[in-house]
Design a protein around this ligand. Structure first.
Ligand code: MN
Length: 740
């Protein structure tokens, strides 16, 4: 037995119910009723500014969400969108009652609600919009937020003048552009008109008055034009639907400003829309209209062959009608019309229904794909990287205490933030607060965090560890600069230590190198006037000790070869042998144990990308440490067979016992080409939670396609699972590990 609320509230809910039925949505009405009851119950006693019960707001937002064409979870979330922020209901409770999906959306909307926008210059606004999108990992979050804002703007007249202004400004600068970017014309226009009403009330009123005065004449005119065009198109056998409207207040307003026109000089107030069944008819209609009326030069725009960046498609033209009144005609197909009206939601509303897919991944993909098409980045790899709707995955947006948005690379830390503000701030940094709480220096910043840097004049400057913690190149450069300038003596001592350690690892001594006369030519080449300069450079991080020592080793090998002395490589191998006899447990580097060497640079060969479980072998490179190959790698096999001196560089390596790292490896997928292939591959990878670095597909002709996949795995077992799953996809003919 459902609860009874007061009659006005029940009436309001009934409207939502009717709207859902009119829209032809198939929903679980019990679940929607339950969401309504939870929201109505917890908002009980709260009032809107106009005196109506608060619950009328979430219901109105839910109705807008239905009109946008969203799904049941979105309607439930819209009803609950303010309960976490404004009542005692928690996200966990929402999750328990309505599932994780709804709770995540409500949580997302709540976070957006908490972001405080204060008016800033344009560049700041763009960052704000990006941050908002980045925070809405599920696109439904931002759509519900738009619905919320739209209803608040519709009922803004009851707010204080101050609030009217600030909310309208925010709407104009943040939400209307987002609606535009998502292709939701109707929402965008309404938000703009409502904002203008409070931002420039006099102009708004003047335009409205003018329009209202001319409305009877113009409406009659537009009806006539519609009838004329309909009649002509019928004659030519073109089936069409034509509607008309007066231009939006904000678009007239903008025209007055951009073209510096007086209101009475703007004649172009009428717009007709011709909707036809297929694309070729668009151009037929255009021809007919240009035949019937005189076109205004320079006003023809073909957004059908060249869509706008947000995906908008239509043919636009302006012509002069009877009595010399100009009017704009937009010509489009029904598909284009839906896309223009619902934007990103159009896909949800129409396409998913056709394919019969209701819930789950396909639908999510459709959304993302549509969004990415809108952003015009259709490369397969981009598509997949963005699959989690991380639209700005490699960036993070945070606030300064003053409310400025600072744009940093993903995983940035307070150190990056501090150096972004100013090097002096970074160099004097002694601590950091995120959202009011002290955090460690390596704390990863999240979208929307408010970051405050604590500085002290007594600070002794940055620490060398910061070079490893900072994510941005500019922060690292500034830290290095500091060390270069402030700490020469310390740098020399530290650099010498690092250099000596590298030399020892290579089994050579400086005396030996000096004797062979390889050091001073190198110093000259690197433009150091003394060995201390080299040490100082190593100390502050301008030159790496490893590279320098390796170079000396290589030069030494050459010199010694010439004189017949024992080579450094031989010594290295000797040293390895000696050490392995000591039978001390060895330390693994990146999960690999290099026989006899405890502390060398290890990298994984790109040709065969080994993962734990593969038989592996190491190759001592010139200057870049040990490169790890699969034993069955072509390069290893041919390298070992080759009887020249390089063969001596291959050494034994093995995987460590417990490995926590993950490894990047490449797969080559061959398939018969078909539509939806990449989508199926993406779906399969997603269902395995595979960490995909990139996915590139290529049409090979003859109906064949190939795809390169770069993926991060723990070990061979995980990789085999992925290979098996990919092999099972329809039309895939083979999945092989790359080796080239
Ligand atoms: Mn709200």
């Amino acid at each position: 037995m459902p609860y009874e609320f007061d009659a006005a509230v029940e009436q309001c809910f009934l409207q939502l119910k009717n709207r859902i039925d009119e829209a032809g949505m198939s929903v679980d009405h019990g679940r929607i009723r339950a969401a309504f009851e939870l929201a109505a119950g917890s908002h009980m006693g709260q009032k809107r500014k106009d005196g109506s019960p608060y619950i009328t707001h979430p219901i109105a937002a839910a109705i807008i969400v239905v009109d946008m064409g969203l799904d049941e979870d979105s309607v439930v979330s819209a009803l609950l969108h303010d309960v976490v922020e404004d009542t005692s209901v928690s996200c966990d409770e929402v999750s328990r009652l309505f599932g994780r999906g709804v709770a995540d959306i409500v949580d997302g909307v709540t976070k957006l609600t908490r972001v405080n926008f204060s008016s800033k210059e344009d560049e700041q606004m763009e960052n704000m919009r990006k941050m908002l999108m980045a925070m809405s990992r599920d696109i439904r979050v931002i759509l519900i937020k738009l619905a919320d804002r739209l209803h608040n703007m519709r009922t803004m007249e009851y707010q204080s003048p101050e609030k009217q202004r600030s909310k309208s400004l925010e709407t104009m600068q943040i939400y209307a552009p987002i609606a535009h970017r998502l292709g939701m014309q109707a929402v965008k226009w309404e938000l703009e008109d409502l904002s203008l009403k409070y931002l420039d009330p006099e102009a708004y009123k003047a335009i409205m008055t003018t329009i209202d005065n001319r409305r009877p004449v113009l409406e009659k005119f537009m009806q006539d034009m519609r009838d004329k065009i309909t009649y002509r198109l019928q004659e030519w056998g073109i089936e069409s639907t034509i509607n008309y409207r007066l231009k939006h207040v904000h678009s007239i307003y903008r025209k007055m400003y951009t073209q510096k026109l007086e209101l009475k000089e703007i004649f172009d107030l009428c717009a007709l829309r011709v909707i036809v069944n297929d694309l070729s008819e668009c151009y037929n209609v255009l021809g007919q209209i240009h035949d019937m009326f005189k076109p205004v030069p320079g006003r023809f725009k073909d957004y059908v062959s060249t869509p706008k960046p947000n995906g908008y498609q239509s043919v636009h033209t302006t012509v002069i009608g009877s009595e010399g009144i100009p009017f704009e005609v937009q010509i489009r197909t029904w598909d284009m019309h839906r896309a223009a009206e619902y934007g990103i939601a159009a896909h949800w509303k129409y396409k998913s229904g056709e394919s019969g897919v209701k819930e789950g991944d396909e639908e999510k993909f459709a959304w993302v794909r549509r969004l990415l098409e809108n952003q015009q980045s259709s490369e397969a790899s981009d598509f997949f990287t963005d699959l989690q709707i991380d639209m700005f995955a490699d960036e993070v947006f945070v606030f300064s205490p003053r409310g400025d948005v600072i744009n940093l690379p993903a995983n940035a830390t307070p150190i990056d933030f501090a150096y972004n503000i100013h090097s002096a701030v970074g160099n004097r940094m002694v601590g950091a607060k995120v959202n009011g709480r002290i955090v460690p220096f390596d704390h990863k910043l999240q979208n929307g965090d408010i970051v405050e840097i604590l500085t002290s004049k007594a600070s002794s400057g940055p620490s060398r560890d910061w070079l490893n913690i900072a994510r941005s190149g500019s922060a690292r450069t500034k830290i290095k600069q500091w060390f270069k300038k402030e700490r020469r003596e310390e740098n020399v001592i530290r650099g010498k230590e690092m250099f000596d350690a590298e030399m020892r690892r290579n089994g050579i001594t400086l005396a030996e190198a000096n004797e062979a006369d390889v050091v001073s030519p190198l110093l000259k080449k690197l433009s150091f006037s003394s060995i201390d300069d080299l040490y100082a450079a190593i100390g502050y991080g301008g030159v790496t000790a490893t590279k320098t020592a390796n170079r000396i080793r290589d030069d030494l090998v050459k010199a010694q070869k010439a004189t017949g002395a024992k080579s450094a490589i031989e010594k290295l191998n000797d040293a390895a042998e000696r050490r392995s006899k000591n039978a001390k447990p060895q330390k693994a580097i990146q999960g690999v144990i290099v026989a006899g060497i405890d502390n060398c640079l290890v990298k994984f060969a790109r040709c065969c990308t080994p993962v734990p479980g593969d038989d592996i072998v190491g190759f001592i490179t010139r200057g870049y440490g040990v490169s790890i190959h699969r034993s069955d790698c072509k390069n290893h096999i041919s390298g070992r067979l080759n009887p020249d001196s390089e063969a001596g560089r291959w050494i034994d390596v093995s995987w460590a016992e417990d490995i926590s790292e993950s490894y990047v490896t490449n797969l080559q997928i061959s398939a018969r080409d078909r539509s939806g292939l990449i989508m199926d591959i993406a779906t399969a990878l997603n269902s395995l939670n595979a960490k995909v670095r990139s996915l590139n597909a290529r049409d090979l002709g003859d109906g064949m396609a190939s795809a390169n996949l770069t993926v991060e795995v723990k070990d061979l077992t995980e990789l085999k699972t992925i290979i098996n799953r990919l092999t099972a996809i329809r039309s895939v003919t083979g999945v092989a590990r790359s080796n080239n």
